[in-house]
Design a protein around this ligand. Structure first.
Ligand code: ZN
Length: 353
């Protein structure tokens, strides 16, 4: 810590200490108030914390330690070096009495002071200290911080730990995932990586923003099929414009008459290429068409790209071209896209030289 300009600030109004390299900070400023509040949130501890965490708790302005429902700060104790709970616990895990404190820290203190502090310590912490009986180690306040119930060394501590924690706090399962799980119950038993991989897939297989956001719309169920338009009260019926079925997202991409025959031609064409043969089981293929194949390997990136472009082709034909879905037109479109990608690659290669 000597080598860096960071220093420890104590905030009088809140229940924690704050680390800063700003020198003097005007704590009254709203900006710093917000920072302090977030810091306080991050440093929140559970009542059933590990003994290390409890021993490292700051005594002053700590939300968990209150006298008459108020946090407190005893300057004359703090300036003598009494900062954390461990500073008033003996080697045997008992609370120091007034004469021990007086002798060790040369402070003015009465029996009542000691009692007040002891009484305000949560019962769970007292039990943990008692059961531990002896202190494992002494923390160096300037180097150790407790964040989200874990101890970190401030010198090796990374901002990303707090960032990830705050993101995790705000995370809510997207409603689309719940809906897809209802439609495909098999997703309930899937691995934890499945959904992150589904969301990342389009970014892995194409650089085209239009296709990436199109796949995003599919996953979030934002495609304007008749059912969606009907829910939004834009059209009177949720029946498909091209057949008599209900036009939900699955029907729109997979089961509508022309879409269905398109996919038959698609997989026949793909299987003739001979790289990997896809079993023509339409029920299981449906998930792979909507979300892509979740297998690793270049060849799966290729088929996933072809599928994504095919879905986009179906979408455009249904919305703008009166359902004129023709597999050979799609193939020409694919060829054109691949030749553009090839040219971009060569021109980037030329510039790189
Ligand atoms: Zn239809």
């Amino acid at each position: 810590m000597e080598s860096c300009t960071w220093s420890v600030l104590q905030n009088q109004q809140h229940n924690y200490f704050f680390i800063s390299n700003q020198g003097r900070i005007n704590i009254e400023q709203k900006f710093y108030h917000e920072i302090f509040n977030s810091w306080s949130e991050v440093r929140a501890v559970s009542m059933h914390s590990e003994i290390d965490n409890i021993m490292g708790q700051i005594l002053w302005n700590n939300r968990y330690l209150q006298i008459q429902k108020k946090t407190f700060h005893w300057e004359h104790w703090a300036c003598k070096g009494i900062m954390m709970l461990q500073d008033i616990i003996t080697e045997n895990g008992t609370f120091m009495n007034e004469s021990e404190l007086r002798k060790l820290y040369n402070i003015r203190c009465s029996f009542l002071d000691v009692l007040q502090i002891r009484e305000c310590i949560p019962k769970e912490w007292k039990d943990a200290i008692r059961s531990q009986r002896c202190r494992q180690k002494k923390f160096n306040f300037s180097n150790d911080v407790f964040i989200c119930d874990k101890m970190y060394n401030i010198e090796t501590f990374k901002t990303s730990i707090i960032y990830n924690y705050l993101i995790k706090q705000k995370y809510r399962t997207p409603t689309c995932i719940t809906k897809w799980k209802e439609i495909y119950p098999g997703f309930n038993d899937a691995s934890e990586d499945l959904w992150p991989n589904i969301f990342k897939l389009s970014f892995k297989i194409t650089r085209e923003t239009k296709l990436q956001s199109f796949q995003f719309k599919i996953i979030h169920r934002l495609i304007t099929c008749q059912k969606k338009l009907h829910e939004m009260k834009i059209v009177d019926s949720d029946i498909c414009l091209y057949c008599a079925e209900k036009d939900d997202l699955k029907h729109f991409f997979l089961y509508c008459n022309k879409s269905h025959s398109f996919w038959n031609s698609f997989f026949k064409w793909w299987n003739n290429l001979g790289d990997i043969v896809i079993a023509p089981d339409y029920a299981t293929l449906a998930e792979s068409i909507l979300f892509g194949f979740q297998s690793e390997g270049e060849i799966f990136n290729v088929i996933n790209y072809c599928i994504l472009l095919a879905k986009y082709y179906i979408y455009c034909q249904k919305i703008h071209n009166n359902n004129k879905i023709d597999f050979y037109q799609y193939l020409a479109h694919l060829r054109c896209k691949l030749s553009i990608e090839e040219n971009i690659m060569y021109s980037e290669y030329k510039w790189a030289l």
